[in-house]
Design a protein around this ligand. Structure first.
Ligand SMILES: Nc1nc2c(c(=O)[nH]1)N[C@H]1C(S)=C(S)[C@@H](COP(=O)(O)O)O[C@H]1N2
Ligand SMILES: [Mo]
Length: 521
């Protein structure tokens, strides 16, 4: 390697490192400062949120299919990698011209500022963190590039011995200081955010009021006794989570209110205290995500405590012509639910409790909607703060503007839970089991098909209600060794057989029969 290449490489290392360290300073200072402002004033949160809003449905499906509920982690990691590469490039530019490098940083900071302002919960003051971060970053970049230049710049006398030894140490010390400082700032930012988090404290302190109408007790036999079957009631910690929120909204119930307005005779605002005083009811209800592929895991069943949305709307008195309720969350998500669905006999709830606990923060604390029979994206608004009675032709909800249907009734569907796909089972009787659902219509039958045999009836677990899923079981006594498949299809309470037509989740839910492979030893 000649002298010239070696010095090029050193530049790359030194100035690239300087750029990286100054970017670390930008993000960590902004992160620290954001503890005192809206959560989406943090650069990564704001940028990620914009990215999610711009995500086309196919990419959303891909992300969920590939990363499951780690999709947000994957997003953060990708953003981190992109930011790291960009920061090294900015460092190299700074070697040539500090002015151009700082110009790049300012342009990036303005883009981040734009992202912050685009969030529904931010104002001008929430630009403070990114401004502080940018100023700190520019100072550090100036300082480190000077140190790097002093240590490695070519000297006309060619003699760099003792002088550059000391100045190289200075540069490395400076860089280490900037990196350690960033880590400390980010850490403090994180604990500050936790300490200032009133929502956790309020949730812990909240005792749920007793329900006026208790849930119908679950009949014995709702749970099929077979290892590998999901519990009939999904524990809160295992309940699937899908939302566009990069940082979970942290609402203090004391500040929460629900505005009910639009095409109604009586607009009103409901406080959390008022909601607690209403006659609350309990009800088991199975939620399902429209992005759930056939046989997928994005479904869960819980006992909800809440106030019937029907009664909220009765109080508001919708005007003639209204056909939709647009529910909006504190973080700008919205769902379009047919007015009819919220006013008919089904138990659509403004929920505050989930399985005898206040709603977990990730599941909408303090208040969310749950509606039997509709996918979550058109009904189950978490952190809900606004109900507007309107018309489908006048208002469009979050996912509809991104290509999904404005109506989203849940499709009749069924799943094999046991055996798992590609499981190896011992010879002899093979006990199979699974789940089927058709919320509001119920399940009247489940059939399975082994290999290319005839469709045969499975046994059904007890029915808890028409709004909950139902388990099934089938014992196959023909377990000859080799590879086999099992397919499943359900029949709803009206006698309709699950459609075999394959459809992707977009735009209104997957369909088709699940078929899995297993082998008998
Ligand atoms: N505020 C808000 N509410 C939301 C969403 C969201 O992105 N933001 N996603 C909806 C979707 S797509 C589904 S499937 C359900 C999931 O509810 P869970 O996370 O409690 O399972 O919430 C719904 N409510
Ligand atoms: Mo969903």
């Amino acid at each position: 390697m000649n002298e010239r290449t070696a010095s090029r490489l050193r530049d790359l290392g030194a100035f690239g490192l300087a750029g990286f360290a100054s970017a670390a300073v930008l993000f960590s200072v902004a992160q620290l400062a954001s503890a005192f402002f809206a959560t989406s004033s943090a650069p990564l949160v704001a940028m990620g949120a914009v990215f999610i809003d711009l995500t086309p449905p196919w990419l959303k499906d891909f992300a969920i299919a590939t990363f499951g509920t780690n999709d947000k982690l994957a997003l953060f990691v990708s953003m981190g990698v992109i930011a790291a590469v960009a920061s090294v490039i900015v460092g190299l530019i700074a070697k040539r011209s500090f002015a151009i490098a700082s110009g790049c940083i300012v342009v990036l900071a303005m883009a981040i500022g734009g992202a912050v302002l685009s969030r529904p919960d931010t104002g001008l003051a929430d630009l403070t963190p990114i401004i502080l971060g940018t100023v700190a970053s520019l100072i550090v970049l100036r300082w480190l590039t000077r140190l790097a230049a002093a240590a490695w710049a070519h000297r006309p006398d060619g003699d760099s011995g003792a002088v550059s030894g000391a100045s190289r140490r200075n540069f490395l010390l400076g860089t280490a200081l900037a990196l350690v400082g960033s880590a400390v700032a980010a850490g403090i930012g994180k604990s500050l955010a936790t300490a200032r988090n009133v929502a956790d404290a309020a949730r812990a302190a909240l005792g749920l009021p007793p329900a006026k109408v208790l849930a119908k007790p679950l009949p014995g036999g709702v749970q099929i006794d077979l290892a590998g079957m999901p519990p009939f009631v999904t524990p809160n910690k295992d309940f699937y989570r899908i939302d566009t929120a990069l940082s979970v909204p942290r609402l203090n119930p004391a500040d929460w209110s629900l505005r009910v307005h639009g095409m109604v005779e009586h607009e009103f605002t409901l406080s959390f205290e008022e909601l607690l005083k209403e006659d609350l009811v309990e009800s088991y209800l199975t939620l399902t995500c429209v992005s759930n592929p056939v046989g997928g895991p994005l479904i869960g069943n819980a006992k909800w405590l809440g106030y019937p949305l029907r009664l909220i709307l009765e109080r508001a008195v919708p005007k003639a012509g209204a056909d939709m309720v647009l529910s909006t969350s504190i973080d700008g998500f919205s769902a379009s639910t047919p007015l009819e669905v919220l006013t008919d006999a089904r138990m659509a709830l403004l929920a505050i409790g989930m399985n005898d606990e206040p709603l977990p923060l990730e599941h909408g604390f303090p208040v969310r909607m749950v509606v039997p029979g509709l996918y979550g994206y058109v009904s189950a608004t978490k952190w809900v703060v606004d109900l507007e009675v309107t018309r489908f032709q006048d208002k469009v909800a979050y996912w509809t503007t991104r290509g999904w249907s404005d109506h989203g009734p849940i499709k009749l569907s069924s799943r094999v839970d046991v055996p798992r796909s590609f499981a190896k089972v011992p010879a002899g009787n093979v006990v199979m089991g699974g789940t089927a659902w058709a919320q509001t219509r119920g399940i009247s039958g489940v059939q399975v098909q082994i290999d290319d045999g005839a469709w045969v009836d499975a046994e059904l677990g007890a029915e808890a209600s028409l709004d909950t899923w139902r388990q099934w079981r089938y014992v196959w006594d023909g377990g000859t060794s080799g590879n086999h498949t099992v397919s499943v299809r359900a029949i709803d309470g009206h006698g309709v057989v699950q459609s075999s037509e394959k459809a992707n989740p977009a735009p209104n839910g997957a369909s088709g029969w699940q078929r899995i492979q297993f082998s008998v030893q």
